[in-house]
Design a protein around this ligand. Structure first.
Ligand code: FES
Length: 233
C-alpha cells in the first residue's frame, strides 16, 4: 500500500516500548490514520523482525527511529547498519523522539525530504569512535532512574553525581567510574538505589548529601560507607 502523505512506498517505525502501552497504541492509530497502515517495531524486543521487514519492504523506504537518545552519531550508525545489511539504495532515515508535539507534526516531517538521510554512499564511520573500545574505567555505578526511584528524587541526583565525579577527575576515565542510569534495580522501597561493580555493593542515596558522601568517600577516596549500604555489607 502506498502512503498518501509521502513519496515513500513504506515507512518503518522503530523505538523503545512500541509494542505495548497507551503511547504505542496512540502512535499506531495516528500513523494508520495518516498513512493507511502502520509498520511499527519495538527496539526493546527481538530485532530480527525489523531487519527482515527492512529487507522485504518496497522502496523507497523511510525508517523513522524514535529512540529518545538518538543523536547525529546514532543516526550515522543506523545508516551504516542499514547499508551493511542491504545495499542501502532508496532507504532513508530520520530520527526523532516520540513526543505528542512530534506526532502532531508527523505529516510535515514526512514532507521534508531534506531531513531524510540516505543510507547509500554512507561515509565511513571513524574506526576509533568511543563505542568501539572496552572503556578503561575501574568501576561502574548504576544509579537507578526507574519509576519509583525517580519519584523519590533520583533524576536530580544524576546531575550531581556526574558533576561531582567530574570535579574529582574520576568521571569515565582510566581508573575512574563509569556511571549509568538504569531502569528499576528492584529494591525500590529502599531507594533511590545505586549499585557498584565489580564490588557488587548496593547503596541508598536518599538525597544529595548521601550522594555526595557516596562519591567522595566510596568512589573517590575508596573508603567503605556502611551507613549507605542496603545489602548486608
Ligand atoms: S525504581 Fe529504583 S529500584 Fe525500583
Amino acid at each position: 500500500m502506498t502512503t498518501p502523505v509521502s513519496p515513500y512506498a513504506r515507512i518503518l517505525f522503530i523505538g523503545p516500548g512500541l509494542s505495548r502501552g497507551a503511547s504505542a497504541e496512540r502512535l499506531r492509530q495516528r500513523v494508520e490514520a495518516l498513512m493507511g497502515e502502520a509498520h511499527v517495531h519495538d527496539s526493546e524486543q527481538d530485532l530480527q523482525p525489523f531487519w527482515l521487514a527492512l529487507d522485504e519492504s518496497p522502496r523507497p523506504l523511510l525508517v523513522v527511529d524514535l529512540e529518545p537518545r538518538a543523536d547525529a552519531a546514532h543516526r550515522d550508525w543506523l545508516r551504516e547498519q542499514i547499508a551493511e545489511r542491504t545495499d542501502g539504495a532508496s532507504v532513508f532515515v530520520v530520527c526523532t523522539a516520540m513526543e505528542d508535539a512530534w506526532l502532531d507534526g508527523l505529516a510535515a516531517l514526512l514532507e521534508c525530504p531534506e531531513l531524510h538521510t540516505a543510507c547509500s554512499d554512507v561515509p565511513a564511520v571513524p574506526a576509533q569512535h568511543a563505542w568501539s573500545h572496552i572503556p578503561p574505567h575501574a568501576q561502574r555505578l548504576l544509579l537507578c532512574n526507574g519509576p519509583r526511584c525517580t519519584r523519590k528524587g533520583a533524576l536530580g541526583l544524576w546531575k550531581t553525581l556526574r558533576q561531582r565525579l567530574k570535579a574529582a577527575g574520576k568521571l569515565e576515565c582510566e581508573g575512574g567510574v563509569h556511571i549509568t542510569r538504569s531502569q528499576c534495580q528492584f529494591p525500590c522501597d529502599l531507594g533511590p538505589t545505586a549499585s557498584l561493580y565489580p564490588a557488587g555493593e548496593w547503596f541508598r542515596v536518599r538525597d544529595e548529601a548521601e550522594l555526595i558522601r557516596l562519591v567522595d568517600e566510596r568512589l573517590v577516596a575508596g573508603r567503605a560507607v556502611p551507613e549507605l549500604r542496603i545489602d548486608k555489607g
